[in-house]
Write a protein that binds this ligand. Sequence first.
Ligand SMILES: [Cu+2]
Length: 100
Amino acid sequence: MKKRLLLPLLLAPALALADDAHTVIQKGRRFSVPDIAIRAGESLTFTNNDEFIHQIYATGLFDSEERAPGQNLTEAFPTAGTFEVRCHIHPKMKLVVHVN
Ligand SMILES: [Cu+2]
């Protein structure tokens, strides 16, 4: 019985995070979606599923460290507006974020 209780406890933090976070995958030098709509105050989590390093930046919002394959990066979008998220390493990567 104790073993069956363990799994929900381990999953709880991940589910809580998924509630107000959205995930965008970086793969094949592209973002998994060209654009995404979120609400002000929500965050986007970027997962590097490529075999090389990525980073992300949005002018005026954030300019991240470089992230190795398999790593995640979460950035908050506190104010409404339309923002372009890009990667310094791969200039063609572009994600448009509509923050409502
Ligand atoms: Cu990149």
